[in-house]
Write a protein that binds this ligand. Structure first.
Ligand SMILES: [Zn+2]
Ligand SMILES: [Zn+2]
Length: 383
């Protein structure tokens, strides 16, 4: 997420959190309205910074006693740089001393600062010198194969997208599929009880058998549940019933529950139990968290006829419309951030704890809006 830190006269003395603005346009409007901070303000901020730096320095020394002590004043150098900065025309304030992503700032007008996901404060005092790529683990290595396999013995990965009765491997004749669909329809919309539905289905199959129309393979489904799956209209199929540890909330795939050596949670030190034994010794999870795979759902939705056409094509759409004060925003894609989302980037963690997103080639990556189809996900935690 790109954030804008305003350094107009009004925002200048606010904390980073309070001076955060929604868009570059707001930033420019602030600059226009409140102007540059006064010399007195700059001086006060520089002094504040100086005090902060000294505090930080003391804390750091206390933390790493073995580390060679830096000569006094080395940590305050950035704040001197800030003074220099402040005297200049643009007045970058004090927020971007470390030069995290300074190049993109201000969008040509030299106001404000754009920063990507930096930790407030830290980067200003101790610039990161080393950046390491952060790799997000795709899955828990222990059960890697299970995460890839769907929870259904009757289906393989392919069937997540294609209904078996329509697939190449398990293709069933159209009249069998019609019998399935009729059974499902009677049950879902006609409220026919399951037993009755299945009796009807068997009768239909018997009639086809008499007419010598019953194939040997695949063996026709005789239960409603299987019929639903064969024609791809079983919503339960997409639900993964994770077993959660009631103590630490570690999630276990259903297959993993079957393979556990004991009911105990596998997290070291956790005393939670994952399952209890039901009748016939079946393992019954104590806490179930049902979920549907987001990516798989999207893949299925994209296969629906006409779905792609409904997705907006942002390629070549105008950028910077908000520079026009009369422009009326009507939808999310009228915002400037819409064009700032990037693809082809990796996350890096600096040795001072700052985080940044940077293109694989060291550049900025490409715009999400340069692609016909792109996926951007936002997770709001504890909002
Ligand atoms: Zn402002
Ligand atoms: Zn646990």
């Amino acid at each position: 997420m790109v954030e804008y830190l305003c350094d107009c006269a009004s925002c200048y003395n606010l904390s980073d959190d309070d001076a955060r603005l929604q868009s570059g346009r707001n930033l420019r409007e602030h600059q226009k309205r409140y102007g540059q901070p006064t010399d007195a303000q700059r001086k006060r901020r520089a002094e504040q910074k100086e005090r902060q730096n000294r505090r930080q320095q003391r804390r750091n020394r206390a933390r790493t006693e073995q580390a060679p002590q830096q000569p006094d004043g080395s940590h305050t150098a950035p704040s001197e740089a800030l003074d220099g900065n402040g005297d200049g025309e643009n007045g970058n304030g004090g927020w971007n001393d470390a030069g995290l992503e300074g190049g993109e700032a201000g969008q040509g007008e030299g106001v404000g600062t754009v920063r990507r996901g930096g930790l407030a404060g830290a980067g200003e005092v101790f610039p990161d010198t080393l950046w390491n790529t952060v790799y997000i683990p795709r899955m828990d290595g222990e059960h890697a194969e299970e995460w890839d396999a769907p929870d259904d013995p009757d289906s393989d990965n392919e069937n997540l997208l294609t209904a078996p009765a329509y697939s190449a491997q398990k293709l069933e004749p159209p009249y069998i599929r019609m019998a399935y669909l009729q059974a499902v329809l009677n049950n879902v919309t006609g409220n026919t009880p399951v037993r009755q539905t299945e009796a009807n289905l068997r009768t239909s199959l018997a009639m086809l058998d008499v007419a010598r129309g019953l194939p040997a393979f695949p063996v026709p489904a005789r239960t409603l549940r299987t019929a639903r799956r064969r024609v791809g209209v079983d919503p339960d199929q997409w639900i993964i019933q994770y077993a959660a540890c009631p103590q630490c909330w570690k999630l276990y795939m259903p297959e993993a529950v079957i393979k556990l050596d004991s009911p105990s949670c596998t997290i070291p030190g956790c005393t939670g139990n994952i399952y209890m034994l039901g009748e016939k010794g079946k393992r019954r999870p104590l806490k179930i968290i049902p979920q549907v795979s987001l990516i798989t759902s999207l893949r299925r939705m994209l296969l629906r006829k006409g779905f792609r056409r409904q997705l907006r094509d942002s390629r070549g759409s105008p950028v910077g419309q908000n520079d026009d004060p009369h422009f009326v925003m009507k939808d999310i894609h009228d915002g400037e951030v819409w064009h700032e989302l990037r693809t082809g980037i990796k996350r890096e963690l600096g040795n001072q704890g700052n985080v940044r997103d940077i293109g694989h080639d060291g550049g900025e990556g490409s715009r999400l809006t340069e692609h016909r189809l792109g996926l951007h996900m936002t997770v709001n935690l504890d909002w």
